[in-house]
Design a protein around this ligand. Structure first.
Ligand SMILES: [Zn+2]
Length: 431
């Protein structure tokens, strides 16, 4: 008996109407008329089936801070708004509640994997497990004290404890997250890299996000961020680098030869005026590029379909070349490339791949007439068109209804934190 059959979905990448059979989290059958018993049936006639998204760089609990400090550049936004509020409010409760809002949004917009870097990641793990979503989770490791730890050694010790506690789970996995070149000394980066090797972990780090980061690295180390990381022996196939906006030809070759991956976050880079990453050039060179939203406070959402659409248009516009990126490549970056960057066989609708997919209802004016489902998904669809989400064979949303999270609770915690944070901001302004 199969676990799930999705009946008569138009599988976009095949251009065919098929029944999809799922067992033990995997796509095991793809046929025109699948006659087999199943525990659960989804009728998908008239709907489009696509792989789900992998959001490869976020700080999901920052959903509680979205909308604050709008219109500031990165360093002002961090120093004057975000770090002040985090210093005041971050706690396991804050992280848990923020993750609840963020994960509900992620599922609603068709995401089944997110890579997270924040504080108190046990609290994110708790919600991710309840939601049934995949997540790569890690503590931000910094040289300065926060509520999580006081010294780099303490951060690394906590990261190690976290890694050991959350290893070997089906959907969530620990990741090591030294924050950035400008917040971690060479010594901290070396120790983090060593720990990642000892514990067999992926490393997730911010790299070359802004011009001022590059200038700071040149001043401090005599090297640009990617060169600096390379010289520390930090770059490998297990290094996942968020942003990578500012790179030279030589640095791009270092990324390519090391096998390090780029996690592109176009909307955050635009909103914080960080720049436009040369993504089509990276892809042309054979660099492994994935897509992420960054934290919901610098975007200000976790909408991967919007991110995908921004990425492709930005590459065309910045390069004055309509062929700088095509819709199929963009879709692959947002799906399969993300999953494969962390060794998950998902993001394609094929037998043997994980059953991570979404259904979309195209019976709407902005999706009609439907000639080219992939191009129209990339250029015309909205995340609110996502109707059903399946992760590892489990239905997380069906016909617009979340199956594993309580949306009333999501709205309740949002209201609770709005009152607390607004109260704090009011007091600060008055005194
Ligand atoms: Zn980030």
């Amino acid at each position: 008996m199969l676990d799930l059959i999705v009946k008569k979905a138009l599988v976009a990448e095949k251009g065919k109407v098929l029944d999809i059979g799922v067992k033990d989290g995997l796509i095991v059958r793809m046929e025109e008329n699948l006659q087999e018993p199943a525990k659960y049936l989804i009728h998908a006639q008239g709907k489009l089936l696509f792989p789900s998204f992998a959001n490869m760089h976020t700080h999901i609990s920052m959903s509680l801070l979205r909308g604050l400090g709008a219109d500031l550049p990165l360093m002002d936004w961090l120093q004057k708004v975000i770090w002040v509020l985090e210093g005041e409010f971050v706690s396991p409760e804050f992280v848990r509640d923020g993750a609840l809002i963020g994960i509900a949004e992620a599922i609603r917009s068709g995401t089944t994997l997110f890579m997270d870097m924040y504080f108190f990641e046990e609290a994110v793990a708790e919600v991710a497990l309840q939601a049934g979503i995949r997540a790569g989770l890690g503590f931000g490791i910094l040289d300065f004290p926060t509520k999580v730890a006081k010294t780099p050694e303490e951060y690394l010790r906590r990261a190690k404890e976290f890694a050991r506690a959350f290893k070997g789970q089906e959907l969530i996995f620990p990741v090591l997250c030294p924050h950035a070149v400008y917040t971690c000394s060479p010594d901290t980066l070396k120790k983090a890299h060593q720990l990642a090797q000892e514990e067999d972990l992926y490393i997730h780090i911010h790299v070359a996000e802004t011009k001022s980061e590059v200038e700071g690295a040149l001043e401090k180390f005599g090297k640009r961020p990617v060169e600096h990381l390379y010289s520390l022996g930090f770059l490998s196939e297990r290094t996942l680098m968020a942003h990578v906006v500012w790179t030279t030809e030589e640095e791009r070759e270092l990324i390519k030869s090391s096998g390090a991956k780029v996690l592109h976050c176009p909307e955050s880079n635009l909103k914080l005026a960080s720049g436009i990453a040369p993504i089509s050039d990276y892809v042309r060179r054979g660099i492994h590029v994935c897509l992420g939203t960054d934290g919901p406070a610098s975007n200000d959402n976790l909408d991967m379909l919007e991110e995908l659409s921004t990425m492709i248009k930005l590459q065309k516009g910045a390069n004055l070349d309509a062929k700088a990126m095509d819709a199929r490549t963009a879709l692959k970056i947002a799906t399969e490339k993300g999953f494969s960057a962390v060794g998950i066989k998902a993001g394609r609708i094929e037998i043997g791949y994980s059953a991570d997919f979404i259904l979309l209802d195209p019976q709407k004016p902005h999706l009609q007439p439907l000639y080219d489902p992939i191009a129209q998904f990339v250029y015309s669809a909205r995340s609110s068109d996502v109707d059903t989400v399946v992760c590892n064979g489990r239905v997380l949303m069906e016909k617009g209804e979340l199956k594993t999270l309580d949306e009333e609770e999501v709205l309740h915690v949002a209201k609770k934190w709005k009152e607390r944070i607004e109260g704090f901001l009011r007091d600060k302004i008055i005194h």
